[in-house]
Write a protein that binds this ligand. Structure first.
Ligand code: PLP
Length: 407
């Protein structure tokens, strides 16, 4: 008899965004005359930058000729892309990261979900609350947690992000081994300062732990004091892995390209205390289970590092940040406190009431979809996430409807 991996039965029955989709579908079916505006799911709406489209066309033409056709590429990514990333995302910020420490992939979701495979099952986890649900769910699937009791998986150290700490969690009082951090944060949009990240690096060093730093939204940082990479913190290359994505940077959510940085100086230990290279382990895992991102897609990704590409990415992220500024101003005018939106495409609104109830009220009274904070963790209760990913016209209409509904 085939037995299942019972860890999967510990997962909460459905995924947040399918719950939301069900409620929105039920509403639109019952009210076909009331068009809904979606400021819920974190997907981009603007087309790819023109430099990426030109690179995609040119690379597709290369695939049409025997002389330039490409079959399997290097699993870790083509050198032209890894070198462009090392130069523009790291050397330009004085981060000591080499091209061969960069692993190109088809998504930060897969990478931050898969990375846990190379660590032991008794690894002690620290996971922010609220946060991108992939970190916890993939560890539940692997069997690194107990069952969920009262909305929290047993055995996990949750890093509470609340109004009291400005949504930047404090260092835990207990030792942990694998710490997930996400700045700018999804869902709160909060960012961490260099001093705050330096404390995490020191904590990881002290505990011989590893930080998993997800900076999928770094392209939205506008405050020059806020670090874009964990490697801007001295010593971080000995204790941190970083995840980045072209999804929110350049509209690649449907095109799929991302990367993970695993420095060669990073170590993990076997049961006898012997040190092993995490880079070598991840390289082994990546080359065994992944066969590389399509050549035209890597060419399109590399195009964002040209001077025109950089300008087009800035214009696109500025556009979403313009939406975010309108949302922040409207929410503040209605008397709610909020964070995010200034260095991130998400605005985290402290509604002071049940987050699903607030979601329902916005859907039925304003026909606007937001994301209930409770879906991102226990500390998300009382909050909703509003996303800046939409057209300017839709954002303006949605804000006018919200203001009218809350009058
Ligand atoms: N990390 C965070 C924090 C995200 O919010 C998302 C997507 O919403 C991802 C990673 C996934 O990015 P990708 O599209 O590269 O899989």
């Amino acid at each position: 008899m085939i037995h299942l991996n019972e860890n999967f039965t510990k997962l909460k029955a459905s995924y947040l965004f399918s719950d939301i989709a069900k409620q929105v579908t039920a509403f639109t079916q019952a009210n076909p005359d009331k068009p809904v505006i979606r400021l819920g799911i974190g997907d981009v709406t603007e087309p790819l930058p023109p430099v990426c489209i030109a690179a995609l066309h040119a690379a597709t033409d290369e695939m049409a000729h025997r002389a330039t056709f490409k079959g399997y590429g290097p699993e870790q990514g083509y050198a032209f892309l890894r070198e462009a990333i090392a130069q523009n995302d790291y050397a330009a910020r004085q981060c000591p990261i080499e091209a061969d420490e960069i692993f190109v992939s088809d998504g930060a979701k897969c990478d931050c979900g898969n990375i846990q495979e190379i660590f032991s099952l008794d690894t002690r986890l620290a996971i922010p609350d609220p946060v991108y649900p992939v970190y916890i769910d993939t560890n539940v699937m692997a069997g690194r947690t107990g069952p969920s009791v009262d909305g929290r998986y047993q055995g996990v150290t949750y890093l509470d992000s609340t109004p009291a700490n400005g949504y930047v969690p404090a260092i835990p009082s207990v030792a942990t081994d694998l710490i997930y951090l996400c700045f700018p944060n999804n869902p709160t949009g909060a960012v961490a300062t260099k001093a705050q990240l330096a404390e995490w690096v020191a904590y990881a060093k002290k505990n011989q732990a590893i930080l998993l730093y997800d900076s999928a939204y770094e392209a939205y940082i506008r405050d020059p004091q806020i670090p874009h990479s964990i490697y801007e913190i001295p010593g971080a290359r000995d204790v941190a892995i970083e995840f980045r994505s072209f999804s929110k940077t350049a509209g690649f959510t449907g095109t799929r390209c991302a990367y993970t940085v695993v420095p060669k100086s990073l170590q993990a230990f076997d049961a006898a205390g012997k040190a092993h290279s995490v880079h070598a382990l991840w390289n082994r895992r990546h080359t065994t289970k992944f066969n590389g991102v399509a050549y035209p897609i890597q060419k399109a990704a590399a195009a964002i590092f040209t001077p025109e590409g950089k300008q087009q990415v800035k214009d696109m992220t500025d556009f979403y940040l313009g939406n975010a500024a309108l949302i922040r101003a409207a929410v503040a005018k209605l008397g709610f406190s909020c964070v995010g939106g200034d260095n991130a495409p998400y605005i985290w609104v402290n509604t002071g009431r049940d987050s699903w109830e607030f979601f329902d009220m916005l859907l039925t009274k304003a026909q606007v979809v937001c994301t209930p904070g409770a879906g991102f963790g226990k500390c998300g209760e009382g909050h909703v996430r509003i996303s800046a990913f939409n057209s300017r016209a839709n954002v303006e209409t949605a804000l006018a409807r919200i203001a009218a509904a809350l009058k």
